[in-house]
Design a protein around this ligand. Structure first.
Ligand SMILES: [Zn+2]
Length: 258
C-alpha cells in the first residue's frame, strides 16, 4: 500500500497548532497517511515533544533544514553537522525512519566527492539523499541531480534515496534531457521515499503546484515510477496553508490515480 505524506515545517505548529492536530485527526482515520516535518533549526526539543504529544501515533518522517547547509563545502562541515543534529533529534523524538538531506551546491567531481565524504561521516542510516534540480530558483548550481551522483553518495555513505519528481523534471529540462529516461534512471536506484507535486513541463523551476494545476502526467509517474509500498510526501503548495482542504484534495487526487 502506498502512503501519502502531509508536509509541514516544524515552525508551523507555533503558527497554527490546530492545523497540525486536525491533520493528525484526518491521518488517524486512514491507514495510508503520514506526516513529514522539516526540522527548522530554531525549533527546540521541547517544541518537537509538544508536536509529538499533539499528533500522537501518526507516523512521521523528517526533512533536514537546507538553510545554510552544503555538504559539498569542506569548510561548512561543522555547521552542516549542527544543522543535521536538530533533524536527528527530531527523528529520535518522532521515531522517524528517514531524514531527507540535500547534498548541496556546485557541479562536478570535487563537489560530489566532498558530499560523499561528509555523508559518510554523518554516519546515520536514517539519512536519505534527495535528488535536486540542476539549478535552484536563483540560478545557482545544485549538486546531486543525476542518478550516478545519487548512486555515488549512497555507495559512499550507505544512505537511502529520496526521489523528488519535480526536481528530476526541472533538472532534465535544464539539461535538455529526455524526462522519462531521466525519471527511469532514478527509479532504477530503488528509492527509499518519494516527493511529489504538480508542475509545468518544460518549466525549469520547481513550482510546488497542487495536483491538477499543472501538466505532469501524474498517473503515469505514480503507477510506473513509485514502488507499491512507497512513502510519497505531497510537496504541494507555496507557503503555509492553514486550511487542510487542499491537503485532503491532493491526497484524494493521488488516490484516485492508483
Ligand atoms: Zn523534495
Amino acid at each position: 500500500m502506498r502512503k501519502f505524506g502531509f508536509k509541514f515545517f516544524s515552525t508551523n505548529f507555533q503558527q497554527a497548532p490546530e492545523t497540525i492536530t486536525e491533520c493528525a485527526e484526518i491521518a488517524s482515520s486512514k491507514e495510508d497517511i503520514f506526516m513529514e516535518f522539516t526540522a527548522v533549526a530554531v525549533t527546540t526539543d521541547e517544541e518537537f515533544k509538544k508536536i509529538k504529544a499533539a499528533i500522537g501515533n501518526i507516523e512521521v518522517r523528517i526533512h533536514a533544514s537546507y538553510d545554510g547547509f552544503d555538504a559539498s563545502n569542506s569548510e561548512l562541515f561543522q555547521r552542516n553537522k549542527k544543522i543535521l543534529a536538530s533533524a536527528q533529534k527530531a527523528a529520535d523524538i518522532f521515531d522517524a525512519k528517514t531524514i531527507v538531506v540535500h547534498a548541496g551546491y556546485g557541479h562536478g567531481k570535487k563537489h560530489l566527492e566532498e558530499a560523499g565524504r561528509q555523508f559518510k561521516l554523518f554516519n546515520d542510516e536514517r539519512i536519505v539523499v534527495e535528488n535536486l534540480p540542476y539549478y535552484d530558483n536563483n540560478g545557482d548550481e545544485m549538486l546531486g541531480n543525476m542518478a550516478d551522483e545519487i548512486a555515488y553518495i549512497r555507495n559512499e555513505s550507505k544512505c537511502g534515496f529520496c526521489f523528488d519528481f519535480s526536481h528530476a523534471i526541472c533538472s532534465a529540462a535544464a539539461q535538455k534531457l529526455d524526462i522519462d529516461k531521466y525519471l527511469q534512471s532514478l527509479f532504477l536506484l530503488k528509492p527509499t521515499v518519494y516527493h511529489m507535486c504538480d508542475g509545468n513541463i518544460p518549466e525549469m523551476k520547481d513550482l510546488h503546484l497542487h495536483f491538477g494545476e499543472g501538466n505532469y502526467p501524474l498517473k503515469h509517474y505514480l503507477n510506473d515510477y513509485t514502488d507499491e509500498n512507497a512513502y510519497i510526501t505531497m510537496e504541494t503548495g507555496n507557503g503555509f496553508e492553514q486550511s487542510n482542504d487542499l491537503r485532503l484534495k491532493d491526497y484524494n487526487y493521488l488516490k484516485a490515480m492508483l
